[in-house]
Design a binder for this molecule. Structure first.
Ligand code: PLP
Ligand code: COI
Length: 377
């Protein structure tokens, strides 16, 4: 008798929890307004640059009256904002970067999209922006991709770059969080982010982020703060800056808009994430793939002097950046304290091997033992 009571109590607890979750989960009814005339015939899909032409539609979701409203899909178009919108003054703005791929059978794939959703809300929280419901992000994105599926390139090295972003549209000069926000997803059929290897400068003066700051968030302001030091590096003949820690500038942290990997002898090293470093989805995937390939991986702090020493004694084999836009971007050499150090030209590299493995998983050309790929249907 006691057993039956206990069992029915358990069932009612589980059911109540389920009903509670269902009631609190917003439903996603997406209003769709299609373009009168597609622009797709104007696009040269064989010569795509990165992020400069945009698919026909965008998803827009507004936050007002204390709540995210249901998403809408509409033709890609300019946005009208009041000059006092808080994005312009106080920089409440975050974004994500993702890609959609099309395989030989025209199936559409996303790579770990829930990680982007989670990180969007981590960034939102840090910037005092209201968090978005998962259904609005995932259902909205899938519906948008199905509508604009012809915009997803299938050529090797190309993909549909997806840019979800959120910003304060609420008005007023008072320096406080806005009461209205917009979440938008815009898509751009894109080719490679970098063409060829990049030469980087190890930064000794400027910082990208600081302890307790917003470096771990994908906040627009993090990138604005990078542009000036990067311009100075470009003037000196480098393409990217390698950021070091803000306190001592002794430790390697990130590479521009990528996480960084360093190969000394046969060991692949990357720094641990912290509140100064973006927890890159490519970074954590590369760590898992490398381990799966039997490569010795160390996640630990790495000093600039260790890298310089390795370059001098010939044990520094490779450096590469890793990120959604750039995938894996090999580094040809680095500058530090007015000296340049070249990396060797190897016949077979970890960068090439890991890039092939991750892109094969992303584009459904290889098994996905990690369960990262998500079919859009
Ligand atoms: N670090 C920074 C500062 C970035 O902007 C990016 C790009 O998104 C990354 C790292 C790589 O992150 P992910 O692999 O999630 O794209
Ligand atoms: C990405 O890799 O998706 C990024 O967001 C980097 C961006 C600055 C191009």
């Amino acid at each position: 008798m006691l057993k039956i009571y206990f069992l029915s109590y358990l069932i009612s607890v589980v059911l109540c929890h389920k009903i509670h979750v269902m009631i609190n989960e917003p439903k996603c009814n997406i209003k769709i307004t299609k373009v009168a005339q597609s622009k797709i015939n104007e696009v040269d899909f064989d010569n795509l640059s990165f992020g400069s032409v945009f698919a026909d539609h965008m998803l827009v979701c507004n936050y007002k009256n204390g709540k995210w409203q249901e998403p809408e899909i509409m033709p890609y178009q300019p946005i009208t904002l009041d000059p006092s919108a808080k994005i312009f003054h106080y920089g409440q703005s975050i974004f994500e970067g993702m890609k959609a791929y099309k395989d030989a059978d025209k199936n559409i794939w996303l790579f770990r999209p829930l990680e982007n959703f989670k990180r969007l809300n981590i960034s939102a929280k840090r910037l005092a922006i209201p968090e978005l419901p998962e259904a609005y992000f995932m259902d909205g994105l899938k519906t948008l991709l199905q509508l604009d599926k012809d915009w997803i390139p299938s050529k090797d090295g190309s993909s549909l770059y997806i840019r979800p972003f959120m910003f304060a549209s609420g008005e007023g000069f008072h320096a406080s969080p806005a009461d209205a926000y917009k979440f938008i997803i815009a898509c751009a059929p894109s080719g490679a982010y970098f063409s060829g290897k990049v030469k980087v400068l190890i930064e000794e003066k400027y910082s990208r982020s600081a302890n307790g700051g917003v470096g771990f968030a994908k906040a627009g302001g993090n990138y604005a703060g990078q542009f000036y030091p990067t311009q100075l590096a470009v003037e000196k003949g480098y393409q990217q800056v390698i950021w070091t820690d803000d306190t001592t500038h002794e430790y390697i942290e990130e590479a521009g808009a990528m996480n960084i990997f360093i190969r000394i002898n046969d060991t692949l090293i990357t720094g641990p994430t912290s509140d100064r470093i973006l927890d890159g989805i490519t970074r954590k995937s590369i760590i898992d793939i490398a381990k799966d390939e039997g490569i010795d991986v160390e996640v630990r702090k790495i000093k600039v002097t260790e890298v310089v020493e390795a370059a001098k004694n010939g044990t520094l084999k490779e450096m590469f950046g890793a990120g959604t836009a750039a995938v894996i971007s090999p580094i040809s050499g680095f500058g530090f304290k007015d000296n340049d150090y070249d990396l060797p030209e190897l016949d077979s590299t970890y960068a090439a091997r890991l890039k092939k493995r991750i892109t094969d998983i992303q584009t459904n050309k290889a098994d996905d033992p990690f369960g990262w790929r998500m079919k859009v249907q």
